[in-house]
Design a protein around this ligand. Sequence first.
Ligand code: AMP
Length: 439
Amino acid sequence: MTFKDLGLSDAILKAVEEKGYTKPSPIQEKAIPHILNGKDLLASAQTGTGKTAGFTLPVLNYLVATKHPKYRPLRALVLTPTRELAAQVYDNVREYSKYVNIKSAVIFGGVNAKPQIATLKRGVDILVATPGRLLDLHDQKAVSFKRVDVLILDEADRMLDMGFVRDINKIMSFMPVKRQNLMFSATFSKDIKQLAAGILRNPVEVETAPQNSTAKKVTHNVYQVDKGKKTEFTIKLIKDNNWKQVLIFTRTKHGANKLTKKLIQAGISSAAIHGNKSQGARTKALQNFKDNTIKILVATDIAARGLDIPLLPNVINFELPNVPEDYVHRIGRTGRAGAAGEAISLVCSEETEYQNEIEKLLKQKIKSTVVEGFEPTDTAPPKRAATSKKSFGKKKGGGNSGNKSAGTSASQKRKPHFKGNKPKPATGRGRSGAPKKRR
Ligand code: AMP
């Protein structure tokens, strides 16, 4: 299957070709024909699957084919949960519409509204927006939804989590009833199905990955680490592996700031991205991370949603999320577009229950390792599921740091994550043996 087979116009195909895509991704192959047919769609697709082009290309195709020669009313609206995702989707829309006479714009809060109002006044065919600012501008009569005939809800699950349902309903109340609705979500929860039932009419359902499954090529690893030693362990991981681009998740904004400060003190260029940062600081942090000016981006779940960081090799969960679905979202940042990736989670005693929940959701046990010198000593140590126990040099840069192969064995497919002393024999059940009951 090629993009041409999908029935897109030549001008759009040209833009796609320029992006260097050789063939449609599974979500594109499945979704585009239905969207071109005018069907409503409910698609389960994570970030990294190519879902943005999956809806943008056919919608642009439609907008071009049905364009009014004189007027340019707003006809397609993409709603996203976060400003960053809105900016990214807009970048995509602009690139894909390079060779067609379609105007696009992006609207989100946290920045001056005046230029946005001016852009809207000049006429826009397709608008990407976060709900809050959009409603603000609608109240100010800067935008009308009366001619919108395609509504796209991107990352609808996150919109639900962030409490945007009322805003979405309000926005829809200003639109024509007869329109095409496209809804994309990383997960198909009961709540999502319920939201979909209220918005979509006879939708085609498209699933690209099994429900709640994470990208296939992602390796999951848990390190059982003492809560108080997580920062030190993270620094060792990054330094020993000489990692150049790592996204780290923390549960709180305060935690993100604290870790970022410590990493910088350790000589590792880092920035934090979370809801308390200004839009300018968030954009700069992401840009610096993308162009390798900084090595580490420390993010909270909401801030990181939908960030398009291609081919990100490593994601570290400094803390496990307490909502297991967030784990799926987080590691959606790695192993993107078919590339291999690795998700590392630092788990202290009090987080073992979260790990349980995540494993249940993933329907798989995650390889779990205790590292000498960093063992969880905090309250109620879990009965561990460690398949191996590795030594870890206690002194910074100390130990047998030249011994890169420490910890490897024929059964280990990946390189060990750290330099250190020779590994101790695996605890209990042997390295290659399947873990026994966790706890
Ligand atoms: P998305 O899931 O929309 O965030 O897209 C993830 C990444 O995949 C982006 O960097 C896109 O530019 C890229 N991408 C989208 N479609 C394709 C394709 N057909 N082939 C290769 N890369 C793609």
